[in-house]
Design a protein. Structure first.
Length: 474
């Protein structure tokens, strides 16, 4: 006799209706009450058709759940997570160019200079600044490895400490891209301390995307984002940011906030950055650090952060229903992934479509590993080391992360950031198990927002169907 069992899924309610998120396909479906009740029962244990006969509209409900593949017959063997490694080289889409590893701030929690740093940027073999020649070699490398559209993100240290090379690289990349019939687009990340009129002019005239690292109002910013002498940076950066926002209007400018145990007032930071300073969008990221550091976020801290994210996400929802802009970029990015049915074998593009280039031209998984020999996957002069890249892809596939194999959030999380894993566990291949509850909680919030929008303003979701700018790098 046929018995039915639920496949891996996560149920949630939105706009008073039941929904299901299907893990194998990353599909999202609204259910009717009969199908939702049946699925709930089947998640407890498999049941035969006879055992289900008391359920309302049982045959229709079975048919509907089988159609969307939320349930299957129990004699089907369990399906392990498929391990599909890309065979052909994946085109490079984003090259993060670390034009310097030096910084004029000494942020206490910095992954590049703090106690958790991977590369010795003070005494190591890496030059402190990328030369114009290495930057040109990097452009040639990108144009060889990219498809028709290539993206260069300038990064540091503090990126603007090497502004002259940035200027030359933009000019060179534009010219060379036109010669080989490709398009190139630019962005940069900066702490804003070195912005001045001529730099702002250049950035605006060249339509360079900008992400500013800033933590919020003065007392929050000045807690960690300080100069060598301990002086806070807020008073210096605030007027410069206002100038930039006034002059550079061709692209939305975003703020990127690092949350720490001492800096968790998400709503207040968001209000300050959007309403007082005028940022178009704000993205928040918990600090990457070893658990023992004072600024590390505890389990209770993650719970608090989730509550605040939920509150802001609901504010985003009401704005989206009314077709008003809301700048909480974390929710926007997750909604886009949900809408596109993203199901990741790897947590991010690092080592695949995204690579980081160190000041000497060594190529690493991403900007956070740039300059680390242990995470090197080639150089801009010699190209990508395909065997190192394949070994990386083989070892870091989600199918190898047994801790994640039963987790419903794995299509979006896929074990989480390699750099975070390296800092916490000393192994880029380790799943980031310290933040699973947070990831699942946040994914559930975004699913709820998604379901609400699907009912109340589906046109809002349709806008995710076009191409979008690359996500900011942090
Ligand atoms: S790291 Fe945790 S939340 Fe992420 S996929 Fe693995 S088990 Fe799930
Ligand atoms: S998520 Fe982590 S590993 Fe991936 S690109 Fe970002 S910092 Fe690098």
């Amino acid at each position: 006799m046929t018995a039915w069992a639920a496949r891996e899924h996560h149920r949630f309610d939105a706009a008073g209706r039941p929904f299901v998120y299907l893990v194998p396909s990353a599909g999202i479906f609204e259910l009717d009450d009969a199908a939702a009740g049946l699925l709930r029962a089947l998640s407890e244990r498999p049941r035969t058709r006879e055992e289900l006969s008391a359920f309302e509209d049982v045959d229709d409900a079975i048919a509907e759940l089988a159609r969307v593949q939320a349930i299957g017959e129990v004699q089907e063997p369990p399906r392990p997570v498929a391990k599909v490694i890309p065979l052909a080289p994946v085109p490079l889409t984003t090259m993060v160019l670390n034009v310097t590893n030096q910084c004029n701030l000494s942020c206490t929690y910095c992954y590049e200079y703090g106690e958790d740093k991977i590369v010795d940027t003070e005494n190591g073999r890496q030059p402190k600044f990328m030369t114009e020649e290495t930057a040109r070699d990097s452009v040639e490398f990108l144009l060889r490895e990219a498809g028709t559209v290539a993206h260069i993100t300038f990064f540091g240290g503090e990126t603007l400490l090497n502004f002259p090379v940035l200027v030359k690289t933009v000019d060179y990349a534009r010219r060379r891209a036109a010669e080989v019939g490709k398009q190139v687009d630019f962005s940069l990340t900066t702490n804003a301390t070195l912005l001045k009129p001529e730099i702002i002019e250049f950035i605006a005239d060249n339509h360079i995307g900008v992400t500013i690292s800033i933590d919020g109002p003065k007392e929050v910013q000045d807690k960690f984002r300080v100069f060598n002498n301990g002086a806070g940076s807020y008073d210096l950066v605030a007027p410069k940011i206002r100038e930039l926002l006034k002059r550079h209007r061709s692209r939305p400018i975003g703020a990127r906030v690092t949350l720490t145990s001492a800096n968790m007032d998400v709503t207040r930071i968001f209000r300050h950055l959007t309403e007082d300073l005028g940022f178009w969008e704000v993205g928040f990221a918990p600090v990457t650090t070893a658990a023992v550091r004072g600024h590390a976020i505890s389990d209770a801290g993650y719970d608090r952060m989730l509550d605040q994210f939920r509150e802001l996400a609901h504010e985003f929802l009401e704005a989206a229903v009314a077709n008003r802009h809301h700048g909480f970029s974390n929710v926007n990015e997750t909604l886009e992934e949900l809408h596109k049915g993203v199901s990741k074998a790897y947590p991010c593009g690092a080592g695949l479509g995204l690579l980081g280039v160190a000041t000497d031209g060594d190529v690493a998984l991403c900007h956070r590993f740039a300059g680390s020999d242990a995470h090197k996957v080639g150089s801009v002069r010699d190209g990508i080391d395909r065997s190192a890249q394949s070994a990386f892809l083989e070892r870091h596939h989600i199918a190898n992360k047994t801790d994640c194999s039963l987790c419903w959030a794995r299509p979006l999380c896929s074990g989480g950031c390699y750099h975070e894993a390296h800092t916490r566990y000393g192994d880029t291949g380790h799943a980031n198990l310290h933040y699973c509850e947070w990831i699942r909680g946040w994914t559930d919030v975004c699913l709820t927002i998604y379901g609400e929008l699907a009912i109340r303003n589906p046109a809002f979701l349709a806008r995710f169907e076009g191409d979008h700018e690359a996500s900011p790098v942090s």
